[in-house]
Structures are given as C-alpha cells and as structure tokens.
Design a protein around this ligand. Structure first.
Ligand SMILES: [Zn+2]
Length: 411
C-alpha cells in the first residue's frame, strides 16, 4: 500500500463575486481531483487552533501530526532546518525577506508595502542583493554588533540567526509582510521590546542602501518592482519535533520548494527531495514533482507533495493565477501520480487538502476549516461530492488536523 499526501498551499478561499460567488476551488476545472473526491470521502478539517496564527507553519505541523500548541516555537527555526543551519539551544532565527516598498521619497514608515517577495525576486539576483547588503555595505557592521548572521536563501526568503538571542525576541512583535500588502509600513514596524529599535534601524538603513543598487535600477528599467527593502519576521527558537517514524512506524519523503515545508520534513525525519525547476511559484515544475513522487514511491510507502503556487498567487492578488495553479495541481500533479500508480498496479490511499485558507479579499491567510479528500483506490465511498469548500461542508468534520495522517495511514 502506498500513501500520498498532497498539499495545495492556500487553495481554500471564500466565494468571490467575480467568480459568480464561487470559490477558486469551485471555479477551477479539476476533473481528476473531483473524480477522486466523488469516489472518496470529502469533508472539512480545522488545521489551526483558533488561538494560534493562521499560516503554513502551524497548519503543516498539525497535518503531520505535530500539535502546534506544543511543537511550535516560531516559524523561522523550521525554515532554518532546511538550510541545514545548526541552531544551538538559545539561538534564535528570524526570516529576512527582500520586499518592495513604493518608490516615494518619504521616510520609510510613510511608504507602502507593495510586494512581500521583492516583486518575485529569485535566484542569483536575490543572493547578490543580500550578500552585498549584509557583507559589503555599512549594514554588515550593525549585524556583527548584534550577533546576527545572514544565511542567503537563493530567493526573497532568507534567514538570520542570532546567537543566544532569546532575550532579544522576548515580547518582540514582528509582522508577516504577506498579510499586509498595500498597507503603509508605519503600523507594521517592529515593536514590543527595546531590540525592536535596532531592527527598525536596520530596515531603515537597508532601504536607503538598496534603493540605488544597480540590480534594482535594472529591475525598474525592465518594468519589475525593485527589491528595495528588507523585512524581518517569524522569530523563534529551535525546537525538536516528534519523528515521523515514531508516530507512524514508517519512513517517507517530502517534495516541496519552500524551506518551511522542507524544514518541517527534515525535523520530523522525512527525506527532502529536490526537483529541478520547483520554485514555489505559478510556473513551478509540477510534472517534475509528480515524477519525483512516483520515483520516491518505489523506495518509500509515504510521500508528500507540497505545492506553494496557490498561496503565492493569492498573496500577489492574482486570482487567475490561483485558479490556474489549482488546475495545474489537478492535471500535472494529481493526475500524473494517479496514472503512474494505476499503471504500476499499486494500491494507494491519497489525502489532498489545502493547509489553510488564503483569501483573495485580504490577500492574507485566514482561520477556518479547509476541505480535504481521502481517496482509497480499493473502495468507493459513494459519497459523490466534489472537492471544494461548499460540498465539503456536508461531509465529515475533523476538529483537529493532527488526526489526518493517522486516518490516511490507517493507524
Ligand atoms: Zn501564505
């Protein structure tokens, strides 16, 4: 028996007027997922406890069976695990995004946040900006003074580690940038403790330095947003997670482009699989991920495929992209894996879900239940429901995401 978990990040949404009050999942054409849903069991699950922040960190921990109420100590250390950063007890990690602020000449707090990802900054451009800023510009001295070490992430996502920084993040409030697109930076600035002033200072100085960097001049000339600021968020301390094998008695692999998901996978003991061209964006290598899953299923009985694109599209306000990414997950990931397993004559069970809701209306994450589908190739439930928020509401409700994998893996 093979077990496959497919996470479409942030697929779930609310009804949208432009889609005649359908949600993107209802609107998208996804014949394979709907066929699996009709034969399988569709319902809703609460992946994030109400008192915790809604995001992939808490949701994906929960889906893997790690109760976020006890396992969660901030997001960045989970990502740091994927960079193979060795964090000692008491060390702290924070995310450092390259972001885009509007081009106005005002003081930083008066400027608006235009993009949480520096206008889709990737690869060498991202590394060049981060390395220049944190090693070769006047910022380097500030970082050294604070015991901060930057780990470039080959994208807009980077990690900063502060040795023995627990005191520095106590009561510190840092705001996730992707939940505040279009807002003035003013009310979003770090606050809550004295160290927040240091971070504010770094953000302000970095914005002045990055504005005139040749890479940003070039990006503007090409009609792209400049990655003209940095943003710190997601502070946390290192924490050990329960091991997948101890929880479920088997090993497995995880296929994802995003450090958060890969880091959680590493910490629970899943093998991380790299896929050429998998980038967490709409143009990711969907088929490559499906092929990698089929390959890993020769070695393991359990494989996770995580696709970030629906979430990224929603944060970018790209409704058509969100719909396209859902359709791509259907036609290039789910169908390809299903066809491969059918051809190989394998018995399999599949769980497909959105980890959390990401709303087009706010371009941010939201609490609330998300739809799931359990499919078992050996049996048909006869439930006949499609896979979307509305039809799932009439299916079984699971009150805690940590129950999901036990159900999938028949434990
Ligand atoms: Zn998100």
């Amino acid at each position: 028996m093979k077990y496959i978990l497919i996470i479409g990040d942030g697929m779930a949404d609310d009804p949208i007027v432009m889609l005649k009050n359908k949600t993107p999942l209802q609107y998208a054409k996804k014949p394979t997922i709907d066929a699996l849903a009709k034969a399988g069991k569709v319902g809703t699950v609460k992946t994030i406890p109400e008192d915790l922040e809604a995001g992939s960190d808490t949701a994906i921990l929960s889906i893997f069976g790690c109760d976020p109420r006890t396992c969660y100590a901030g997001r960045a250390p989970l990502e740091a695990a994927d960079y193979d950063i060795d964090m000692k007890p008491g060390d702290v990690a924070m995310r450092c995004n390259l972001i885009s602020l509007d081009d106005s000449p005002f003081y930083i707090s008066m400027r608006k946040l235009e993009s949480h990802n520096g206008g889709g900054l990737t690869g060498d451009e991202a590394d060049a900006l981060i390395e220049w800023l944190f090693y070769d510009s006047p910022i380097a001295g500030m970082l050294y003074h604070d015991g901060m070490v930057i780990h470039p992430g080959h994208s807009f996502r980077n990690i900063v580690v502060i040795e023995q920084g627990e005191d520095k993040i106590r009561n510190l409030v840092l705001t996730p940038p992707h939940d505040h697109i279009g807002e003035k930076v003013d009310t979003l600035m770090p606050c809550g403790n004295p160290y927040s002033e240091r971070i504010k200072n770094i953000i302000a100085q970095a914005a002045e330095l990055l504005a005139a960097h040749p890479i940003n001049e070039l990006r503007k000339a090409e009609g792209k947003l400049p990655a003209n600021a940095v943003w710190f968020w997601a502070p946390g301390t290192a924490k050990e997670l329960p091991k997948f094998k101890d929880m479920y008695g088997m090993d497995g692999a995880i296929i994802s482009a995003v450090p958060l998901c890969r880091g959680i996978g590493k910490l629970i003991g899943l093998e991380r699989i790299d896929v050429e061209g998998a980038n967490g964006e709409l143009d990711t290598n969907y088929e490559g991920k499906a092929d990698a899953a089929l390959e890993q299923l020769k070695k393991y009985d359990f494989v996770t495929v995580h696709v970030e694109a629906p979430d990224e599209c929603t944060h970018n306000g790209d409704l058509m992209g969100k719909i396209e990414s859902i359709q791509n997950i259907d036609s290039m990931v789910v169908k390809r894996i299903k066809d491969g397993l059918d051809a190989a004559g394998e018995d399999y069970r599949m769980l497909i879900l959105s980890d959390h809701k990401t709303l087009m209306e706010t371009q941010g994450h939201a609490h609330g239940v998300v739809p799931y589908v359990f499919y078992d190739g050996r049996v048909s439930s006869g439930q006949g429901l499609t896979y979307d928020e509305k039809s799932a509401a009439s299916g079984e409700y699971i009150d805690d995401g940590t129950k999901l994998l036990k159900m999938l893996l028949e434990k």
